[in-house]
Design a protein around this ligand. Structure first.
Ligand code: FAD
Length: 647
């Protein structure tokens, strides 16, 4: 027997289904965002991915593509001209996950790396602290597993944790072999830092610019690979999918070239979604502007299963600009991170009265996991009505500070702050999305031909809270694990060159005129800020049912207002523009976060609600968002080409 809890908007109803058929009946739909929780011991994480969609009735007519399978030719060539391009593999995203995967699958076929800005603009490039891996004899895989599971508040999938902790060291060594250069100690061995939540020194790093070094090395290898073609400024709009009964298959992706304003269709046998996080559903985030949750929304619209979206990690220590001697003249697009490693290296947190407060909240003090530290800071700020707290590392030797944190030191110095002499003003900011597209142990999703890796994926590693430096590691491990199944899929896939005409094409709204487009854009920007501040005020570090319900209602109102405005100004549902597409995706992700948070009737890891302040063993289940219902769905939750045309 499998117990499924079907719900929407937080109103739960319980159903029991027959394990033999793996079916879960849905009787009521409260909103367009249903989700299910599965008892972990009865329903394994990876099995759940392929099974989860079996319950759905066929919603589209069976396309010709399936009826006439034998007629299809295998595409092995790479056509790089025109508005349709054919590749064996399409990779969406040029961060660590996408690039690492591209380099491996390029041994088997042609690869398009599609990325919405410049190649290096991604969360990876901003990572400071490092990559965690068991590389020291006094450490062990069991220790790393235990730390991950404790930080994840016992919601992690143990098999995933074992796989990542076991395979991690080899993936790091491969990265070094590819040319990434990390810091070494005086003994000539890799210098291993220790960060909050880790019981051992195990964080490989390149000073406090680890991500930049990894991205540099991977991009260099990509440029030298003749089988890989990088498409910068190509915004992935929606996946190209076909449905045959309950089976959905992905055949590539539609993109918008944001420089030429042309729609470019990528047809491919395998698609890897590696589009990173969703930090910009909040106004204060450490994520660069590209992190607008596009991948999660795109996958959701393509009927992929999404999981654990209530677990948004707020980094406790982003630079608080208002506390700097010289304030930046313009507000930043993304908050500058003061790495976890500063606390790992002995940094101490004080309130503005110079009282050390962390020991009052947790025995591990500054080395407690991020969720604990972020909540403690939040509590101090609210109780004392202050805008930021202070993180002090100035008691350490100057040389050590400057060699470990050159990037942080120089950024602070630009604004008149010498961190070797004075404490750093810090506040929490949205940082990492633990939830995402539900993936099995090979990065597979419930959509055939669609794999996920990196921050966009929910593999079960992080559970309710990510352990510091585990995400670069997870991206490396899953990007590699997805390679062989992708190659098998590529070899068995039959994709017709003429399949391109099966889906209607999105339209660039040139006909609307500059004035109207300008109005639509300015309204979109205004409402984007409104939506972000709703998320910050009502779906932040400390939550309550009432506030979440308020957020749900307010977001729906803002979304309705936006859709009405742009429709009245001539915008059609098939039209595309980068900021409009991002807005749809932000709405979609924000709503999923709120829905997921409302459904969790306990406080666990990153999800803390005053209405259910304790852990509940019966709630120790992943939250599963099933594909959106086509009934009552908004524009944000529908694919632009809702169904492939039949030939
Ligand atoms: C400031 C900061 C510090 C961090 N420090 C650490 C650390 O020390 N250790 C650690 O393990 N983790 C750290 N993290 C988290 C880690 O960097 C990320 O989780 C990880 O880099 C994600 O890699 P990725 O390849 O999945 O995504 P990303 O590196 O974010 O790449 C996503 C790519 O997808 C592209 N993309 C997105 N949407 C679209 C679209 N619609 N169309 C086309 N392309 C699209 C983006 O342009 C980008 O190229 C940090 C994150 C931040 C922001």
């Amino acid at each position: 027997m499998i117990t499924c809890i079907t719900a929407g908007s937080g109103a739960l109803s319980c159903e029991v289904s027959d394990r033999n058929t793996q079916r879960c009946r849905r009787t009521t739909w409260v909103s367009d965002m249903p989700f299910k929780r599965y008892l972990q011991n009865e329903f394994s994480w990876s099995k759940g991915v392929s099974q989860a969609l079996k319950v759905h009735r066929c919603e589209f007519p069976v396309p010709q593509l399936y009826r006439n399978r034998k007629l299809f030719k295998v595409v092995s060539s790479c056509k790089r001209d025109g508005s349709t391009k054919h590749f064996d593999f399409s990779v969406i995203g040029s961060g660590i996950a996408g690039l690492r995967y591209a380099l491996d699958v390029a041994k088997y076929g042609t690869v398009a790396v599609i990325t919405k800005a410049e190649s290096h603009e991604c969360n990876t490039n901003y990572a400071q602290g490092g990559v965690s891996a068991v590389l020291c004899p006094s450490d062990s895989v069991e220790n790393h597993m235990k730390d991950t599971i404790v930080a994840g508040a016992y919601l992690c999938d143990e098999e995933t944790v074992r796989v990542v902790c076991t395979e991690g060291p080899d993936r790091v060594k491969e990265l070094i072999a590819m040319g990434a250069s990390f810091d070494h100690g005086e003994d000539g061995n890799l210098h291993l830092a220790r960060e909050g939540g880790h019981s051992h020194h195990r964080v490989v790093h390149a000073a406090d610019m680890t991500g930049k070094e990894i991205e540099r090395a991977l991009l260099k290898a990509i440029v030298n690979n003749p089988n890989i073609f990088v498409f910068e400024h190509h915004f992935a709009i929606d996946l190209l999918t076909c449905q045959d009964g309950s089976d959905i298959t992905c055949f590539g992706v539609d993109t918008l070239n944001t420089e030429t304003l042309k729609v470019v269709r990528f047809l491919s046998k395998v698609t890897l979604l590696a589009s990173g996080g969703a930090g910009h559903i909040y106004p204060k985030t450490t994520n660069p502007l590209v992190a607008t949750g596009d991948g999660i929304a795109i996958a959701h619209r393509a009927q992929a299963v999404i999981s654990n979206m209530e677990f948004v990690q707020f980094h406790p220590t982003a630079l608080a600009d208002e506390g700097l001697p010289i304030m930046p003249t313009e507000p930043r697009e993304n908050a500058f991170l003061i790495s976890e490693a500063v606390r790992g290296d002995g940094g101490i947190l004080y309130n503005l009265g110079m009282e050390r407060f962390m020991p009052l909240y947790d025995g591990r003090a500054e080395l407690a996991p991020r969720d604990v530290v972020a909540r403690s800071i939040d509590d101090q700020l609210k109780k004392r009505d202050e805008k930021y707290v202070l993180l002090d590392i100035s008691h350490k030797p100057k040389d050590e500070i400057l060699s470990h944190f050159p990037n942080i030191a120089s950024m602070c110095l630009q604004y008149g702050l010498d961190i070797t002499r004075h404490p750093i003003p810090v506040v929490p900011a949205a940082h990492y999305m633990c939830g995402g597209v539900r993936a099995g142990l090979q990065g597979e999703t419930n959509v055939q031909g669609l794999y996920v890796a990196g921050e966009v994926a929910c593999t079960g590693l992080h559970g309710a809270n990510r352990l510091a430096s585990n995400s670069l590691l997870e991206a490396l491990v899953f990007a590699q694990r997805a390679v062989l199944p992708s190659v098998d899929q590529m070899k068995s896939s039959s994709l017709d060159l003429t399949a391109s005409n099966l889906w209607p094409r999105p339209v660039v709204p040139l006909s609307l005129g500059n004035d109207v487009r300008g109005k639509i854009l300015s309204m979109t920007r205004e409402l984007r800020k409104e939506m972000q501040s709703i998320m910050w005020n009502y779906v932040g570090i400390v939550r309550s049912t009432k506030r979440l319900e308020t957020a749900e209602q307010k977001i729906s109102e803002v979304e309705a207002k936006w859709e009405e405005y742009i429709t009245q100004h001539g915008w059609k549902p098939t039209m595309v523009g980068p900021e409009i597409c991002e807005m749809r995706n932000l709405f979609c992700c924000a709503k999923i976060v709120v829905s997921s948070a409302l459904s969790r009737h306990e406080s666990r890891g990153l999800h803390y609600t005053i209405d259910f302040p304790d852990l509940e063993e019966s709630e120790r289940l992943p939250t599963i968002i099933m594909p959106s219902s086509l009934v009552n769905s908004t524009w944000s939750s529908r694919q632009l080409h809702k169904q492939p045309l039949c030939q």
